[in-house]
Design a protein around this ligand. Structure first.
Ligand code: SF4
Length: 113
């Protein structure tokens, strides 16, 4: 089940607090709600997949943080990039870089693994 909510008037978000502008899916005053539901970005959220049993996660140092939460996977990958690593296999497989901005300046950002 996909849960969507509006925060700013008319703006539809997915997980608005954690994903910020990356979670914006559309605006019901500017777009037909069915177009928002059927958009590539909504389908990205619907189809995003990560099992708790992912092989590529087993030896990843961020594993205890990520679980199966898309917001946490996004956060962990921001930290991976800051640490000089690439996006992880889960992020690549789900094409997170197509929909999420990883070039954020989180100077106050603290990651607790
Ligand atoms: S960063 Fe990626 S590979 Fe590592 S635990 Fe999270 S989802 Fe898995």
């Amino acid at each position: 089940m996909l849960k969507m909510r509006t925060q700013t008037i008319g703006v539809v978000h997915f997980a608005p607090l954690a994903l910020g502008k990356n979670g914006k899916m559309g605006n019901i005053f500017e777009q037909d709600i069915f177009d928002i539901f059927n958009s590539d970005k909504t389908q990205f959220y619907v189809n995003f997949s990560k099992s708790i049993e992912e092989e590529s996660c087993k030896n990843c140092s961020y594993n205890s943080f990520c679980a199966v939460c898309i917001s946490k996977i996004y956060t962990a990958n921001i930290q991976r990039l800051k640490d000089g690593l690439e996006l992880c296999e889960i992020a690549k497989r789900n094409k997170m870089d197509k929909y999420f901005d990883f070039n954020v300046n989180y100077s106050d950002f603290k990651f607790n693994v």
